[in-house]
Design a protein. Sequence first.
Length: 199
Amino acid sequence: MITTLIFDLSEVLIAGLVGIEDNLSSRLGIPREDILPAFGGQLLHDLCCGWLSEDAYLAEILARQRWHITLQELKEVIRNNFRKPVPGMTPVLLALSQKYQLVLLSDHALEWIQDIRQMHPFFGFFQYQFFSFQLQQTKREASTFTKLLDIIQKPPEACLFIDDSAQNVSAAENSGIKSIRFSNASQLLQELSMAGINL
């Protein structure tokens, strides 16, 4: 019986980095498809694991890409994107929190989470909140989920994981946690119902 729902944050509850290319493309005069790849890879991994500060991360991106934008302007673009909730998800969280234990598990930067917590009231719905910069590893590793289960003292069969990343979903399932790959609120509600979870 599922008693605990584990949610990803970016692209499930709020916009993450996806979407900043709309603003930066017009501002920098470069193709949208050239922007997001600059933010990924080892740099992003090190940022999310707490091994790199946001300033160092963004400064390295600006130096590599030679973009004509200040570090502070880039921070503002990113944070403005974080302000956007994923449509329909806050009411879903509210309803689920009345019946299930909710856990947040996010690959994110310390500086970003400090600000995001001030933007979105739904953090109060979660009994536990885990971030990659605390765990010093990301959801791509199945051991991340093993650590989480140990802390919340739940067996994997009592949990359901919701994330937009196929790689993260695979890691969760490798640790024995049934998972749903998120697309939108409507799709999630349908798959939750199929799993016997109703609002």
